[in-house]
Design a protein around this ligand. Structure first.
Ligand SMILES: [Fe+2]
Ligand SMILES: [Zn+2]
Length: 371
């Protein structure tokens, strides 16, 4: 059956409604989709806008008994007389981005600095900083308090702290107990923290309280950019790093963390969503496993690229500065330093989901203030 308006027409097939615009199919909307997305008060929980209708309550071969279309709104009547109105703006809205895309770093990239005070107190400055953080994966907050536990105060912007074993807020200074190379003055190669968790913390805040030591420059590496280049140059290496589970462990007398996971995570569209790299936490791989040779060749290439200077930015993190890194993307490192003088760093973790969604909340709040 075909219904026509001025330039548009719709074609009703046995399993969908096709919206044709100037001779081209613009949308092919399955009947099940149309029924499932009914926006009426019966099919939604009015108070919360949650979906209430459950698809299994209708037949999978459902077809509308009547359809009307005015070029913008589809009105449907179903065999049980239920009526559904779908406004095409509902579909257009779905194309709106919730967050900025990630961008690789240009040549001589340096992280952007944002004032701590403004980040905490000014919603629009916070939104700008968070957008930069999402797109580049790294920012620095300057002029933050030099008090211990200051990272707790970031919760108002970044969501709750993601706790891990060891400490809620980790202290990194040479005088501390050593369960990790970070607690020495040795050079620390690029890594992300807690590769030994199945889901490592996705955001890390590194707060420099005091830095009076010579050396110890901070290094950040754009892991995803490096992996994109690897995928392009050596697709087979990239592939095995997506598949081969690697054991990682971090532990002390009272704590134990351990996970076997591939170093690269990609989603169903082959987009990189995670990079796991920690030479210090990597454990012995069972040599009787299949493809150990292939993995090692790929890992060798990966290590050279992680240590190359192509994707890194080097700077000195001063007392009162907080480095925020998107930890599933950006690796952090530190040059060796002379352990004379005070150097005290604290770090804590957050989750990217909370940060990304906080932009929506902040924008909503700003819009309601404007109005
Ligand atoms: Fe670290
Ligand atoms: Zn309904």
């Amino acid at each position: 059956m075909t219904l026509s308006t001025e330039q548009n027409e719709i074609v009703i097939t046995k399993d969908s409604i096709r919206i044709v615009d100037n001779g081209k199919v613009k949308y092919d909307l399955p009947h099940l989709w149309l029924r499932d997305n009914c926006q009426c008060d019966e099919c939604r929980v009015v108070e919360s806008q949650e979906k209430r209708f459950m698809l299994s309550s209708i037949d999978s071969k459902l077809m509308p008994v009547n359809v009307e279309y005015d070029g913008e709104e589809i009105q449907l009547r179903w065999p049980d007389n239920h009526e559904t109105i779908i406004d095409l703006s509902l579909i257009r809205e779905l194309g709106r981005k919730r967050k900025p895309d990630w961008k690789t770093w240009g040549v001589n990239f340096k992280p952007s600095y944002f004032s701590w005070q403004e980040f905490i107190t000014n919603d629009s400055k916070a939104v700008n900083a968070i957008k930069e953080f999402i797109s580049s994966g790294v920012i620095i907050l300057s002029d933050a308090p030099r008090e211990p536990e200051t990272l707790e105060l970031l919760s108002s912007r970044l969501g709750p702290l993601r706790e891990t074993l060891f400490e809620r807020i980790h202290n990194v200074s040479v005088s501390r107990e050593v369960y990790n190379i970070a607690h020495t003055s040795l050079e620390l190669p690029p890594h992300n923290d807690f590769a030994s968790y199945t889901w490592p913390p996705s955001v890390q805040g590194l707060h420099m309280l005091e830095n009076e030591c010579e050396g110890g420059e901070s290094i950040v590496v754009d892991g995803w950019a490096l992996l994109e280049k690897l995928r392009n140059d050596h697709p087979k290496h990239f592939q095995i790093l997506c598949e081969f589970g690697v054991p990682f462990r971090e532990f002390d007398e009272n704590n134990e963390t351990y996970a076997i996971e591939p170093m690269i995570k990609i989603d169903s569209n082959n987009i990189i969503t995670g990079f796991r790299f920690s030479n210090q936490l990597m454990q012995v791989i069972d040599p009787t496993r299949k493809k150990v040779k292939e993995f090692y060749l790929a890992y060798h290439e990966l290590c050279s690229r992680v240590l190359s200077t192509s994707f890194r930015s080097v700077f000195r993190l001063e007392g009162g500065q907080i480095l925020l890194v998107a930890a599933h993307r950006v690796l952090h490192a530190r040059q060796g330093f002379v352990p004379e003088g005070k150097r005290h760093l604290q770090d804590a973790y957050f989750e990217m989901d909370n940060i990304v969604n906080n932009i929506v909340v902040l924008r909503r709040r700003m819009a309601s203030h404007d109005g």
